[in-house]
Design a protein around this ligand. Structure first.
Ligand SMILES: Cc1cc2nc3c(=O)[nH]c(=O)nc-3n(C[C@H](O)[C@H](O)[C@H](O)COP(=O)(O)OP(=O)(O)OC[C@H]3O[C@@H](n4cnc5c(N)ncnc54)[C@H](O)[C@@H]3O)c2cc1C
Length: 306
């Protein structure tokens, strides 16, 4: 882009307010410790669901006493993931994992229905990575079989037999927004840039836990239908790495941080992009929606620059 400057290895540390409640500039610190300030007509923050609220909350100042873009007190709140129920088993026949994409297919038609009044929905991902996620297979498979006393050709044959039949299911469960699940700033600890570390409170409510239980029951059903044996379920709920919420989108400035263009209600030249703006999590992996919403924001950003 003509006139664009890219600063790599550089961390934004604070947003500064100017006149008319606009964001006038962004303070930053380079990896070598030097600091600077960037200014522009529009500021776009796209640092994901933890770092974005961290930056906004760290920008407390006159005119933004609760942090930038936070007159609603919603910045940092409603942190979500897709809590995941992980199950694995041995199929009756070879399914040939460890080749091709990580996930070969999924069961996607369980994502909606009247049951959502009672519990979270889920989608089932059929893993193609054998038992590597839950057990560290195939290395651990070989070690386990050797520990059972198998050696030489017998060990070799058994490794081939077992690994070719390893099947894994992971259900990504809808998590409902909860204002108490939130990112705040650590009152004592800071990073090398002097920015307070994020402090995270995160829990699962009954609605979400009921979704995880239903997912486990569905896994049992699938495994039974294909005659799988040695069915196991992870004791702990897994995370999907899908950080959602913390700068929620909405219609009401008193309840949300950004509008449908991902424009801050408080500062009209500030756009906040990413899955942080999702008001709910649903069950789908987030990145295509992040991209779609970002493309939608481009028109509003361009209009503001003009
Ligand atoms: C293990 C794993 C598996 C996943 N699998 C899938 C999948 O299959 N499908 C899917 O849709 N999604 C998946 N995701 C989620 C996906 O990675 C995220 O949705 C996506 O990366 C978010 O993009 P983003 O640009 O908003 O944030 P990020 O990719 O996190 O980019 C944010 C950037 O901001 C930078 N940054 C942060 N703070 C500052 C600051 N203060 N100053 C300057 N820069 C800063 C960071 O360094 C980073 O480069 C997965 C995530 C994980 C962890």
């Amino acid at each position: 882009m003509p006139g664009a400057k890219v600063y790599d290895q550089t961390t934004a540390t604070r947003l500064n307010l100017g006149s008319d409640n606009q964001i006038a500039s962004v303070d930053f610190r380079r990896a070598d410790g030097s600091t600077g300030t960037a200014a522009g007509k529009v500021v776009v923050v796209a640092a994901h669901g933890i770092e974005t609220p961290r930056l906004l909350l760290n920008s407390k100042q006159e005119g933004a006493s609760n942090g930038v873009a936070n007159s609603s007190d919603q910045v940092g709140r409603n942190l979500m993931d897709h809590p995941t129920r992980l199950s694995w088993a041995e199929a009756a026949e070879p399914v040939w994992p460890y080749r091709g994409p990580l996930s070969t297919s999924g069961i996607e038609n369980l994502r909606d229905g009247d049951f959502r009044a009672q519990r979270g929905a889920f989608r089932i991902e059929i893993g193609n990575d054998g038992h590597s996620w839950p057990t560290g297979a195939p290395t651990t498979t070989a070690a386990d079989l050797a520990m059972q006393g198998l050696r030489g050709d017998a060990l070799n044959e058994k490794i081939k037999d077992v690994t070719s039949r390893q099947i894994r299911l992971a259900s990504l469960v809808e998590q409902s927004p909860d204002a108490n699940n939130r990112v705040t700033l650590d009152p004592d600890k800071t990073d090398a840039n002097g920015v307070p570390l994020p402090r995270i409170h995160y829990d699962l409510d009954e609605y979400t836990r009921a979704g995880l239980d239903a997912a486990e029951a569905a896994h049992e059903e699938v495994f039974a239908a294909i005659g799988a044996t040695n069915v196991k379920h992870a004791v702990d709920t897994q995370g999907a790495g899908h950080i959602i919420g913390t700068v929620r989108m909405g219609d009401d400035p008193s309840q949300a941080v950004v509008n449908a263009d991902q424009r801050s209600f408080d500062h009209s030249n500030l756009f906040i992009l990413g899955s942080g703006t999702f008001p709910t999590s649903a069950t789908a992996n987030p990145t295509l929606t992040i991209a779609a919403l970002s493309l939608k924001s481009v028109d509003a950003i361009a209009e503001t620059v003009r």
